[in-house]
Write a protein that binds this ligand. Structure first.
Ligand code: ATP
Ligand code: PAU
Ligand code: K
Length: 260
């Protein structure tokens, strides 16, 4: 039997990221609330999450880039999984990240194709899709937070440095300034190169940004490259827009019926 192409009246979207869980609460096609929580260390039923039970039995749609975290939800009765194969995008390769696919689908549906999405998460990704919804390609690099922490974790003397509130000066005159300069100036110069190259190929493309570090990143970009920054649309909910499209349009498999 054909499944009706409409949203459930109330549902939750869960994006399992590398650092934490991202939640969206929907009423049909309207995203009413988003929030983040830590990864779980046991299954949600074992934890007896009262808020989940209060709104239970609510359909839960899960996408994950962390397989062990996905497994914890396998016994949740109404969980459906959003898989790469079902994304209405062409040219995806088998190990492509579902978070990247959902973000580019959601931002593209909202802003139009072609689109370039920058996801400033644990990893920073760029993902470009053309007007025919074909993946052109992208790039993956350590995100801002990971660059700072890996430098201090893997050296004897370099300290952990907090994100500066504004663009640091290029020529640091102490260790913290030098680290902040190196990471941030390289990051924004690199982004400028990627964006410029993308715009040469796709002059009318939209560009959007999402992810936990997008606000400091945009602050830095705005100071150094205001014309580049002005091209970028803030889309913190891009992944949830993508989920909403998937929940409406697809027959998604139940999590407890797929092998992970
Ligand atoms: N409470 C928080 N916990 C973790 N990261 C946070 C928090 N608040 C802000 N951040 C920032 O968000 C970044 C992670 O972004 P985000 O939460 O989008 O990543 P993720 O979705 O978990 O990881 P990824 O998208 O790479 O899978 C970190 O680098 C950190 O600087
Ligand atoms: C790159 C990350 C970690 C970003 O969250 C995720 O999208 C992922 O695990 N991707 C798989 C590799 C790829 O997209 O080519
Ligand atoms: K991400």
């Amino acid at each position: 039997m054909m499944k009706l192409r409409s949203h459930p009246p109330n549902w939750l979207g869960l994006m399992i990221g590398n650092s934490r869980l991202h939640w969206g609460k929907f009423q049909a096609d309207t995203l009413v609330e988003t929030w983040d929580t830590q990864h779980l260390n046991q299954s949600p039923l074992e934890m007896g999450w009262s808020w989940l039970h209060q709104i239970s039995p609510v359909p839960l749609f899960i996408a994950s880039v962390v397989p062990e975290q996905m497994q914890l939800w396998q016994n949740y009765p109404q969980a459906e999984i959003i898989t790469l194969e079902l994304l209405p995008l062409g040219g995806l390769y088998p190990t492509f990240g579902i978070d990247r696919g959902l973000a580019v689908l959601g931002a593209g549906n909202q802003l139009g194709f072609p689109i370039l999405v920058i996801d400033a998460g644990t990893a920073l990704t760029l993902t470009g899709v053309n007007q025919n919804r074909q993946l052109i390609g992208g790039a993956i690099l350590p995100g801002l937070g990971l660059q700072f922490s890996s430098l201090s974790n893997r050296t004897a003397t370099l300290p952990q440095v907090a994100f500066p509130e504004s663009l640091p000066q290029r020529w640091g005159v102490n260790t913290s300034e030098a680290i902040a300069s190196g990471i941030i100036h390289s990051m924004i110069a690199g982004l400028r190169e990627f964006i410029t190259a993308w715009c040469q190929e796709f002059p009318h493309s939209k560009i959007s940004i999402t992810g936990g570090d997008r606000i400091p990143l945009m602050t830095y970009l705005n100071s150094q490259y205001p014309k580049i920054a002005a091209l970028i649309v803030d889309t913190p909910e891009a992944i949830f827009w993508g989920m909403s499209a998937m929940v409406r349009d697809r027959n998604l498999p139940s999590l407890n019926r797929v092998s992970l």
